[in-house]
Write a protein that binds this ligand. Sequence first.
Ligand SMILES: NC(=O)c1ccc[n+]([C@@H]2O[C@H](COP(=O)([O-])OP(=O)(O)OC[C@H]3O[C@@H](n4cnc5c(N)ncnc54)[C@H](O)[C@@H]3O)[C@@H](O)[C@H]2O)c1
Ligand SMILES: O=c1ccn([C@@H]2O[C@H](COP(=O)(O)OP(=O)(O)O[C@H]3OC[C@@H](O)[C@H](O)[C@H]3O)[C@@H](O)[C@H]2O)c(=O)[nH]1
Length: 348
Amino acid sequence: MAQKDAANGNGATTRPPPTPSPIRFSKFFQANMRILVTGGAGFIGSHLVDKLMENEKNEVIVADNFFTGSKDNLKKWIGHPRFELIRHDVTEPLLVEVDQIYHLACPASPIFYKHNPVKTIKTNVIGTLNMLGLAKRVGARILLTSTSEVYGDPLEHPQTEAYWGNVNPIGVRSCYDEGKRVAETLMFDYHRQHGIEIRIARIFNTYGPRMNIDDGRVVSNFIAQAIRGEALTVQKPGTQTRSFCYVADMVNGLMKLMNGDNTGPINIGNPGEFTMLELAENVKELINPEVTVTMTENTPDDPRQRKPDITKAKEVLDWEPKVVLRDGLVLMEDDFRERLAVPKKTKA
Ligand SMILES: NC(=O)c1ccc[n+]([C@@H]2O[C@H](COP(=O)([O-])OP(=O)(O)OC[C@H]3O[C@@H](n4cnc5c(N)ncnc54)[C@H](O)[C@@H]3O)[C@@H](O)[C@H]2O)c1
Ligand SMILES: O=c1ccn([C@@H]2O[C@H](COP(=O)(O)OP(=O)(O)O[C@H]3OC[C@@H](O)[C@H](O)[C@H]3O)[C@@H](O)[C@H]2O)c(=O)[nH]1
C-alpha cells in the first residue's frame, strides 16, 4: 500500500509553491499564458506546439538543440508574434519568464538515446534540474514527459502507475530508463522540498505524422519500409508486445494533465496491445501487401511486453485515446508518402 501511495505522488509538500510573476494578478493588463516547450522541435513537441498555438491567449517559446528535432517541424510558426524558437541545450541553464513548462527535451528513439548515452543521462538529469530550477525561480508549473520505460521489462501486466518496475541499472538502455527515473525523483523532490507544481506523464510508444523517417522506431520503420517496397524488419522474437498511441491523442492527454489538478505520474498511452509480428501484418495489409516480413536480431534488454493500465487517466483526466491503430497508420502513411515522394498506386 505504501508503494501505491508513493507511486501516486502523495508525498506532502513542505513548502507553499513559489510565487508566480505579479503580472498573473494584474488588474488591467490581460497577460497571455507564456509556455515553454523544451524539445518542441521534435515529434511530439511540435504537435503540442501546434495545439498550444491554436489558443490566442498562449505565447509559446521552444527551446531545442535540434539533436533529433528540426526547424522544419515548426516552420509554420517561425515569425509568428506569439512564437519564439531558441537554439538551446537544456543541460545549460535557461533564463526565461514563463508560466508553464512542458519539459520534453530528450531523444526518444532507442537508436538516438543510445548513440551518446552519457549525453542522454545529462539531458535527463542536468536538463531536468535546470528546468526545475527555472520553474522554482519563476513559479511556473512543470510537466515532465517520462516514459513507460521506467517499468523496464515489466513483471506486472498491464502496468499501473503503482508498479515500481524492473529496470537493468547498468544496461545499454539504462541511460534513458534510469535517466527518466531520476528525472521523476527530481520532480517529486522539488515538489516536496520547494512546493513546485509538477505533472508527470508516463508516455507509451507514440506514433504519427512528422516522425523522423529514419527515427528507427518500429512504426516509422515499418511504414517507410512498406512504402519503399522493402522487407519489414521484425526483431526477434516478434512476439514482444507494444501499445501504440496516436500523437493527437497524446497531445490531448498531456494538455489535460498540465491543466488538471493531479501531479501524476499518469500513464498516457493506448491500451491496444500488439505483437511486432501483428504490427507488421497490419502495415503490410494496409500499405503494401506485396512486401515480405524478415526476422532480424534484437537489441539487449528489449522489454517483452508493454501495455498501459489507463484507469487513472480516465478517472482523473477524463482522458482516453480515440484513434485506433489501423486508422492512425493510414494517417501516418499519407505524411510518409509525401515526404518520401512515393505516391499511392492507383488501381488500374
Ligand atoms: N515518442 C514516444 O514514443 C515517447 C514515449 C515515451 C516518452 N517519450 C518522451 O517524450 C519526449 C518527446 O519525444 P519525441 O518522440 O517527440 O522525441 P524526439 O526525439 O522527436 O524529440 C525530442 C526533442 O528534444 C530535443 N533535444 C534532445 N536533447 C536535447 C537537449 N539536451 N537540449 C535541448 N533539446 C534536446 C531534440 O532535438 C528533439 O527536438 C521525450 O522526452 C521522450 O522521452 C516519447
Ligand atoms: O525495425 C524494427 C524496430 C523495432 N522493432 C521492435 O519494436 C519494438 C518497439 O521498439 P521501438 O524502437 O519502437 O521503441 P520502444 O517501444 O522499445 O521504446 C519506445 O517507447 C517508450 C519510449 O520511452 C521510447 O522513447 C520509445 O522509443 C521493440 O520490441 C523492437 O525490438 C522491430 O521489430 N523492428
